[in-house]
Design a protein around this ligand. Structure first.
Ligand SMILES: Cc1cc2nc3c(=O)[nH]c(=O)nc-3n(C[C@H](O)[C@H](O)[C@H](O)COP(=O)(O)OP(=O)(O)OC[C@H]3O[C@@H](n4cnc5c(N)ncnc54)[C@H](O)[C@@H]3O)c2cc1C
Length: 453
């Protein structure tokens, strides 16, 4: 459904929104998202600079019955931030951030990436749990849950959200927090982009760094099973504040390998003591674990996840890194077609796991997120790379704890997988959706059907 010129005129006349339509020279670049598999052509891409302009975009979509997608950092693997036809509300021009060092809070606009957010908060020695790749948007990650290196000490990103300004489906701008619209606030913290368009996030910050203990060790692939068992036991014995993740990958020398990355955001001497077993095991073929700036930890794996390459992912939550899981993952990785692909094991632990599953809309408060990630560059190789993910995931999936991360659902996953992502919170989310978006205007997401629809 193309958008006719008339309805767009209202937006065109505003000074606080930049409109990019298909004949604009910027259109091709503007419609592109992180995953190069996604190829959608919106009728218009609106880049608002104020909350009022966001409300005007939402009004337009509602009155003209247009599909509307919302874009933060553009990283979502399913590419849900861009739709065919309809209108994209793209926050590329809303990247403001105000840090209150005294109150240890930050108000941040949804166009920011974690790298940009972290730089501002670290300037005054503060941080909150964010994503592990600097280029990822704060908006989508926050609304889906947000695991990261600080989760063990401070909880997930949703646990550090203390308020949000939201444009609702009817165009009203409201505030959501524990004191105002608390049902909406609960739903925003894990319910994806289902409930409205967030124009500002307010986060709790904490003292972090600037130096922490972090980094990565790498073991040769023939010892991957042993290294993963060590990783499991090491984490079991470590304090919850220490977060470590394992990854099956291909090292820069072209050899397959098993990496273990770690972060301890507390006292540096204590961190060095805690990571000593990680450095001793093996020994590793590469060891860059030690004292480092928190900002360096936050970009540790950036180079391994570049933008604009072809991606196909499947993920699952598992209770533990069992021997069966290790066998399935390592045997699967031995057959990986692309050297850019990986299998990630990221725990939900410490403070993140002490939050009740129904305290926020994000329910998966224990165990491990396992991601099977294919990345490749040659489109003629789509089939083997997609098949590898599906085959490897099929071997892992029977070990599932029954959950999947909403932020890593692919665009080919059905309603049952969407339900799994919200788990036991789905019914409550449906009722809140019916209150705030009864006509399901915001449906370009892992969609929660309003009750009765
Ligand atoms: C390389 C890479 C690394 C990652 N690492 C992590 C990680 O360490 N931890 C983690 O938890 N996740 C991680 N993820 C997953 C990440 O959380 C999701 O991809 C998330 O959707 C990214 O947010 P975004 O704003 O960049 O995405 P976008 O694609 O812009 O947005 C995703 C969806 O969020 C909603 N949305 C976005 N902005 C708004 C808004 N302002 N108001 C309302 N709804 C909105 C929309 O429904 C949109 O479709 C990673 C992803 C990638 C690709």
């Amino acid at each position: 459904m193309a958008i006719t010129a008339g309805p767009l005129n209202n937006l065109r006349q505003r000074r606080d929104v930049d409109l990019i339509v298909p004949d604009d020279s910027r259109y091709e670049e503007a419609r592109r998202v992180w995953n190069a598999m996604i190829d959608r052509r919106p009728g218009a891409i609106a880049r608002p600079r104020t909350a009022d302009a966001v409300a005007a975009c939402v009004q337009l979509a509602r009155t003209e019955n247009l599909p509307v997608a919302v874009r933060g950092g553009g990283h979502n693997i399913a590419g849900r931030c861009v739709c065919d036809d309809g209108i994209v509300i793209d926050f590329a021009d809303m990247k403001g951030i105000r840090v209150d060092a005294g109150a240890r809070t930050a108000r941040a606009e949804p166009g920011l990436r974690w790298l940009e957010f972290d730089r501002e908060t670290q300037a005054v020695g503060l941080a909150t749990t964010g994503g592990t790749v600097g280029d990822t948007g704060i908006a989508g990650l926050t609304l889906g849950g947000g695991f990261g290196w600080l989760e063990g000490k401070f909880g997930m990103t949703v646990d550090n959200l203390i308020g949000a300004d939201v444009v609702l489906a009817d165009g009203r701008l409201v505030h959501a927090s524990n004191r105002e619209n608390d049902d909406l606030f609960w739903a925003l913290r894990g319910g994806g982009g289902n409930f409205g368009v967030v124009t500002s996030f307010e986060y709790q910050l904490h003292e972090v760094g600037p130096a922490i203990v972090g980094g990565l060790v790498v073991h040769p692939f023939p010892r991957a099973k042993e290294a993963l068992r060590f990783f499991r036991d090491f984490l079991h014995d470590a304090p919850g504040e220490l977060v470590a993740a394992a990854v099956l990958m291909t090292a820069p020398d072209g050899q397959q390998a098993c990496g273990i990355a770690v972060a301890y955001p507390g006292d540096v001497a204590e961190g060095e003591r805690l990571v000593a077993p990680l450095k001793q095991f093996g020994p590793p073929v590469m060891d860059v674990i030690g004292r480092m700036p928190y900002l360096a930890q936050q970009s540790l794996i950036d180079a391994a996840m570049p933008p604009n390459v072809l991606n196909y992912w499947k993920a699952e939550f598992l209770r533990d890194v069992s021997d069966e899981l290790i066998d399935a993952a390592v045997d699967g990785f031995a057959r990986v077609p692309s050297p850019m692909s990986s299998i990630l094991f990221f725990p939900i632990r410490g403070a993140a796991s002490r939050v009740a599953p129904d305290a926020t809309a994000f329910p998966h408060r224990n165990g491990f997120h396992v991601g099977v990630y294919s990345l490749w560059t040659d489109a003629s190789q789509n089939d083997p790379n997609i098949s590898w993910v599906r085959q490897t995931w099929r071997a892992i999936q029977p070990l599932s704890s029954g959950g999947v991360y909403v932020n890593e659902l692919g665009d080919d996953e059905g309603a049952d997988r969407v339900r799994m992502a919200y788990g036991p919170n789905y019914d409550r989310l449906q009722r809140i959706k019916a209150k705030y978006d009864p006509r399901n205007l915001f449906c370009q997401n892992a969609n929660i059907a309003p009750v009765g629809v």
